[in-house]
Ligand binder design. Structure first.
Ligand SMILES: Cc1cc2nc3c(=O)[nH]c(=O)nc-3n(C[C@H](O)[C@H](O)[C@H](O)COP(=O)(O)OP(=O)(O)OC[C@H]3O[C@@H](n4cnc5c(N)ncnc54)[C@H](O)[C@@H]3O)c2cc1C
Length: 438
């Protein structure tokens, strides 16, 4: 009987467990928290109350892992919104044009999505969940060349759990690097890029009649550090997330929250929520730096372990990439596990994952370096030139629906950045009259 263990029961862990079920008889998901019946918050995922946009690529992968997901969640009130028709998006330059493109993804709360994925997995043979299980280390062969299981405490009771493969999906605070060092391996190099962005979010009941649209108002260097999102979710509700870069943090004070919304580049979010009934307290969050643990740069990794999701690479959440990056990791894990030769799979997997993560990383960190306070390793000369070009594409997108379409496809990781180098898009971008780059 083959057995895989996944550490962490959030989005990356659930998707990795789904992938591993294609290759192992038994998959055990170990989660520190206890789960509730139904979509509800828990301590291990404090970010879940904030806007969680699922990018198109992430949605495609989720649907392929869980056929029928879109239909099921739509029945539960999730929305399928067209990113060029149903969203009002004030970019650095202008409002994006609105036109029907059918570039859609599923819009729902992070709480509903996580609960649904867990529920679907629980219906699959071979899947087990162990709640209140905190993993504290790894067990290995005497020569430490292969991981053989995990050290854990279940409801405080110490023990071990043997496994053929382990997936670390324990998020930003993963201790995998420490555990590897303890076994005699090197610590993977880490890089952090921080633009010091903070979130404050509140849920509202929205009117059930009328057209449903989302609103995104971006911050703009030299104008304001403040941005906001109006994000409709199931149950005729709406998450309002306000964000401030360079430590211009929004607060949990009611008056300040409203005046922060009023101070954005456009007042439509403040105007929309005027008169809406708040149904949650205001929650703040500031742990938002981009952080990459480069496991792929190690010369060796023991057999039998891989890492996915935020445990490898956590992004500034403003670009909505985290869940989709977790989905890309799970999809890659699925294809990697199909390989008949699993010797060396761990390091091979981390190298391939690093390639997948490069585009979202460069997109996020290049954007963050528009802000003077941002700390960390600046993307290289080539990336800076590419960003200049992509800025022109983004401006052209403000005037041309086909460029807008291409821009959304790349931002949603549904197409590679080279998609924006196609002749028609390039022509539109290059012939655009010059405007100052923020
Ligand atoms: C404010 C905010 C907003 C965000 N917005 C978006 C967005 O719009 N779109 C998007 O795609 N992404 C967004 N993200 C990112 C997204 O939340 C994550 O990328 C995504 O959830 C994948 O995370 P993960 O599963 O790797 O880790 P996490 O979600 O952090 O989960 C880790 C899990 O592991 C458990 N755990 C930790 N240590 C142990 C242990 N030792 N033993 C057992 N269990 C353990 C934790 O309890 C938790 O359940 C946002 C993040 C933040 C902070």
């Amino acid at each position: 009987m083959s057995h895989a263990v996944v550490i962490g029961g959030s989005i990356a862990g659930l998707l990795a467990a789904r992938a591993m079920l294609n290759h192992f008889d038994q998959v055990t998901l170990l989660e520190r928290d206890c789960f509730h019946d139904g979509p509800s918050p828990r301590p291990g995922i404090p970010q879940a109350q904030h806007v969680h946009a699922l990018l198109m690529r992430g949605h495609q992968i989720l649907e392929s892992f869980f056929p029928g997901l879109t239909e099921d969640l739509s029945e539960q009130g999730a929305l399928l919104l067209d990113w060029t028709a149903d969203w009002r998006f004030l970019t650095l330059w202008d409002w994006m044009p609105r036109h029907v493109s059918n570039l859609k993804s599923l819009i729902c709360s992070r709480l509903l999505l996580e609960w649904y994925l867990r529920d679907r997995l629980l219906q699959m043979p071979g899947f087990n969940v162990q709640e209140a299980a905190t993993v504290t280390g790894l067990t290995a062969t005497d020569d430490a060349t292969r991981i053989t299981g995990v050290v854990l405490a279940i409801n405080g009771e110490p023990g071990t759990l043997p496994a053929d493969w382990i997936v670390d999906a324990s998020g930003r605070n993963s201790k995998l690097s420490d555990w590897l060092v303890k076994l005699g391996f090197q610590r993977p190099p880490e890089i952090t890029v921080n633009s010091f962005i903070g979130y404050a979010s509140r849920w509202y009941q929205r009117p059930s009649e009328g057209a449903i649209e989302g609103v995104i108002v971006a911050a703009k260097p030299g104008v304001t550090r403040r941005g906001g999102v109006l994000y409709p979710v199931e149950g005729d509700r709406c998450v309002i997330t306000l964000s401030g870069i360079e430590k211009d943090y929004p607060s949990s004070d009611e008056e300040e929250f409203l005046s922060f919304a009023q101070s954005l580049r456009d007042p439509s979010i403040a105007n929309a929520i005027r008169g809406w009934e708040p149904i949650s307290p205001i929650q703040c969050y500031r742990r938002t730096e981009n952080h990459w643990r480069h496991f792929e740069k190690l010369s060796t990794l023991p057999e039998g372990i891989v890492a996915v999701g935020d445990a490898v690479c956590a992004f500034n959440p403003i670009y909505g990439q985290g869940m989709t990056a977790a989905a890309l990791g799970a999809s890659l894990l699925d294809s990697s596990m199909q390989h008949p030769q699993r010797q060396g799979l761990g390091l091979r997997f981390q190298k391939q994952l690093a390639q997948e993560l490069m585009s979202p990383w460069l997109m996020a960190t290049s954007e963050d370096f528009r802000w003077e306070m941002t700390t960390g390793d600046r993307p290289g000369w080539l990336s800076q030139q590419l960003q200049r070009y992509f800025d022109r594409v983004a401006q052209a997108a403000n005037h041309d629906p086909s460029v807008h379409r291409a821009f959304i496809e790349v931002a949603h990781l549904a197409k590679p950045p080279t998609h924006l180098l196609r002749p028609r898009t390039a022509w539109k971008a290059i012939t655009l009259p010059s405007t100052a780059t923020p």
